[in-house]
Design a protein. Sequence first.
Length: 279
Amino acid sequence: MTTIRFFCTRWGAAGTDWYKWAAQVRTAGYEGVETDVPVARQELRTMLDALKAEGLQWVGQHWQTMDADFSTHKTAYREHLDDLIAAGPLYINSHTGRDWFSLEQNEELINLATELSVQSGIAIYHETHRGRFAFAAHVAADYMERLPDLRFTLDISHWVTVAEFWLEDQSATIADAIERTRHVHARVGYTQGPQIADPRSPVYGEAVAKHIHWWDRVVAAAVKSKRKELIFVPEFGPAPYMPSNPKDGNPLADQWNINCYMMELLKKRYNQPFLNTIS
């Protein structure tokens, strides 16, 4: 039976003491974290020790490579993935390529990630993220057609934002992406932005319902495929990603509380009775 697990994003907590943060994460009910690796070796050791002390596992996150020159970009991309692999995460979530690189260039980066994954035994999943190769549903479809082994971290809020509608005419692409999803970023976007102000507000009921419907389908696909586990990362971000009050610039809601709310909402939803209903 597939186990649904919840990891905490490090986004928004950069600079926070690793031991204090890890204890906070564990107390909140998460089983692990998603994070990049510190450049400084000593901080990396501290990170790993702090996570181990709290019994937390971790998923690596690559997002740093932004070079405009493809050759430089590819070199930096490999270096960042090598650093993550050396640190030993469960697997890696990768922001891969650029939205304006050619299909062939982005495919070269995806193939590089596949090579590193095969060599290391650490899976690398590619996030559906604006600015990257899979920035929109209709564009990701071209890569899925060419790369049968392509696997995703699904953050469908980006596709909604790029399209500016609820993807009703992309049903075949959504279905294919869901079957390829191995990791989920549980942030709720809407047709005019990648993050609603607060999922607890009924104002955003439609957006929350749309995303939960897609996540239900991801869970169902994992269960039917008899995958061991599926990890969700509630990933509402801090300001300025978090909508802010125009008068003072303060965020309209608390990032930590929102992510904990989303974790608890989905924990209650994806309980054993729910999983048992999936044949």
